[in-house]
Design a protein around this ligand. Structure first.
Ligand SMILES: Nc1nc2c(ncn2[C@@H]2O[C@H](COP(=O)(O)OP(=O)(O)OP(=O)(O)O)[C@@H](O)[C@H]2O)c(=O)[nH]1
Ligand SMILES: [Mg+2]
Length: 372
């Protein structure tokens, strides 16, 4: 078939244009076909956000030994047994579709091992016991409504550096929502305190200080503020969450000097290097195990989505706002002097944060309706 060429542009250029458009259309087409196939296979028409959180009944497996899932890998998981030894295990067929997460208490069947083959999985996980707590964040779309962070934790310590990467109060508010949802004690850990002058009182944290949130300032480099944390860890399971490069693993190393976790520098853009790649359950004292506390080091996050969380939690994160504003803050103009005067806010910028989180809790991914 002969093609028509436009005047004023070389034929080569028009041929290139044509090829580009053609291949873009083909790629979009194949993506569309792939998505349709997925939908037919999974039968997912309307998503059930809670399905991801439901666990199958573990009662038939109560006679089997219990272990803690200490790290997930792509094809297997690491388990820590009651005597403190670790082994690697695969997931049994019954657990297909169940999202296991670091901290889960599981039941397993040991697999017969040949002495020569130490690399093969030594057990198969067959059941998960009900979770005491579950720390999760909102997922990116309806196919993955939640991203699980850690199970059976007691406290969430949100780590934020004074600089590199910069301190962002918005992340702290989001973390507070996650901790309240999971029923965890919430603490703010300020890292790299040595990088800012002591005269800098970090006024960004004043709203949290006024609410009575515990804020701990540390410098793992200088060993400052570490010992009080050791006391707080006693008999607790603590999850460290924060942007990449804030110094979570450095802090774990300060508390657990024998561990030698890998830590990373910063990129030239001042962001972390994603040094830690999977959450890991670390007993503070491997000799005595849980009696002395557990730290969970997690990979750096970019943001903590609050999509899908209950808006009622906002009343506890923003207690300075009256009930009618918390019910629907979307109609207020956060830049209007009269509105801010009427609300008598000490920290007017918090109105915008409240509006942002309120909006996000209800947002549905624009792609979710692609099949309907
Ligand atoms: N000056 C100073 N630097 C620190 C401190 N703590 C950590 N750092 C540096 O910050 C960088 C990042 O530290 P990491 O511990 O790898 O950070 P992370 O939060 O574990 O990062 P991800 O694993 O990517 O999430 C390293 O170069 C550390 O040396 C501190 O207290 N003071
Ligand atoms: Mg790390």
């Amino acid at each position: 078939m002969s093609r028509k060429y436009r005047l004023g542009q070389s034929r080569e250029a028009q041929d290139m244009d044509h090829r580009d458009t053609y291949s873009r259309e083909r790629a979009a087409d194949s993506k569309r076909r792939q998505r349709t196939a997925e939908r037919l296979e999974t039968g997912i028409e309307s998503h059930d956000a809670e399905a991801l959180l439901r666990l199958p009944d573990a009662t038939p497996w109560l006679h089997l030994p219990e272990a803690t899932l200490i790290q997930r890998h792509s094809q297997w998981v690491d388990l820590e047994l009651a005597d403190g030894t670790t082994l690697c295990a695969t997931l049994g067929g019954k657990l297909k579709g169940v999202h296991l997460v670091c901290g889960d208490r599981v039941r397993y069947v040991p697999m017969p091992q040949e002495a020569t083959d130490a690399k093969r999985p030594q057990a198969q996980v067959v059941a998960v016991t009900p979770r005491r707590t579950l720390l999760k964040r909102g997922g990116s779309d309806d196919r993955e409504p939640w991203q699980l962070i850690c199970a059976n934790a007691d406290e969430l310590w949100i780590c934020a550096a004074v600089v590199d990467p910069p301190l962002r109060p918005g992340l702290l508010e989001r973390a507070q929502v996650l901790a309240l949802d999971a029923g965890l004690t919430f603490r703010v850990l300020i890292t790299k305190r040595d990088r800012a002058s002591l005269k800098d009182t970090l006024p960004e944290l004043d709203p949290l200080r006024e609410q009575g949130v515990a804020i701990h300032e540390t410098s793992a480099m200088k060993g400052e503020g570490i010992e009080p944390l050791r006391l707080l860890l006693q008999n607790r399971v603590v999850v460290l969450v924060g942007h990449s490069g804030v110094g979570k693993s450095t802090l774990v190393n300060a508390l657990l000097p024998n561990l030698g976790l890998k830590t990373g520098g910063l990129t030239r853009f001042g962001t972390g290097r994603q040094t830690t790649t999977a959450a890991r359950w670390l007993p503070l004292d491997p000799e005595t195990g849980a009696a002395s506390g557990i730290l969970v080091d997690t990979p750096g996050i970019r943001t903590l989505s609050v999509r899908g969380f209950d808006r009622a939690l906002l009343g506890r994160v923003f207690p300075e706002f009256p009930a009618e504003v918390l019910e629907d803050p979307s109609g207020l103009d956060a830049e209007d002097e009269a509105t801010l005067d009427r609300l008598q806010l000490d920290y007017p910028e918090r109105l915008q944060s409240l509006q942002r989180l309120w909006q996000e809790m209800d947002t549905r991914n624009p792609n979710q309706n692609v099949w309907r």
